[in-house]
Design a binder for this molecule. Structure first.
Ligand code: NI
Length: 254
């Protein structure tokens, strides 16, 4: 089982990071993608990946931090990468947190897509209340030369279908297990299984039945189990298939 999106670089893991990682592997976890959101976390993610087996990392500036974006700074990080760099992310558009700087968000998003294409890396997209713009930007790049995954998907089934037509993957966090997440459940139940990814987004978005606690990679199994039940398949099968999807996407093996 892979946790395809986790912020091991978050301050909430400062005191017990080794235990958090070990607990996941003890439960049968195989790999964690440590995802970055700004310049500092991009450096920290590499450090974590450097000293831990089966932990990979990403570089990227989240739309909430688009004002701090400096293309050459990010390109320098890519140029000094280790072989455990597996994606650019999380990048994207967030009109829920900030509606006033859309042009800047789009500029930074597009710049990072271009870097990902230049260095042949997949991208992890953060999108909130911006599905139209994300879809239109991705269409301009069609056919996509790199892998694209929509992290913590919260859009409609219609948008999911449009995205999947472009070859985009759809990833769920614990969000899909929440009682009020009607749309996410509909999408998780109905999309082709080869488009499906699982992640925690830890320390945020803890799946049921542990909602309210700090999230950790080990809880990704709860999300997989929940979606397996939704789809009427075994948890073993859904893990096998989504692991295959993620290994191919991030070009990792275990
Ligand atoms: Ni995240």
């Amino acid at each position: 089982m892979i946790d395809t999106h986790c912020h091991l670089n978050d301050v909430q893991f400062n005191n017990d990071l080794d235990k958090v990682i070990n607990d996941f592997f003890l439960l049968g976890g195989n790999a964690i993608i440590c995802v970055s959101a700004d310049f500092i976390s991009s450096i920290k993610s590499k450090q974590i990946a450097d000293i831990n087996d089966n932990i990979y990392y990403t570089i990227g500036i989240h739309p909430d931090d688009c004002d701090t974006y400096n293309q050459s700074e990010i390109e320098d990080l890519i140029l000094t990468k280790s072989d455990k760099l597996v994606a650019i992310g999380e990048i994207g558009l967030d009109y829920f947190h900030n509606k006033s700087n859309r042009a800047k968000q789009i500029e930074v998003f597009v710049s990072q897509i271009n870097l990902a294409i230049k260095y042949n890396l997949p991208i992890i997209i953060h999108c909130r209340e911006a599905y139209n713009d994300v879809l239109n930007i991705l269409k301009e790049y069609y056919p996509l030369k790199i892998g694209v995954v929509m992290h913590c998907y919260s859009g409609s089934l219609e948008y999911a279908k449009e995205l999947i037509k472009l070859g985009v993957k759809i990833s769920f966090t614990g969000n899909v297990t929440y009682k009020n997440s009607i749309k996410a459940k509909e999408v998780a139940k109905n999309i082709p299984i080869d488009s499906l990814f699982f992640e925690t987004d830890a320390p945020y978005l803890t799946p049921e039945p542990n909602r309210g606690k700090r999230n950790e990679p080990k809880f990704v199994f709860d999300t997989a189990k929940f979606v397996a039940d939704l789809r009427g398949v075994s948890v073993e099968d859904i893990i096998k298939i989504t692991d295959f999807n993620a290994k191919k996407f991030f070009n990792i093996s275990f």
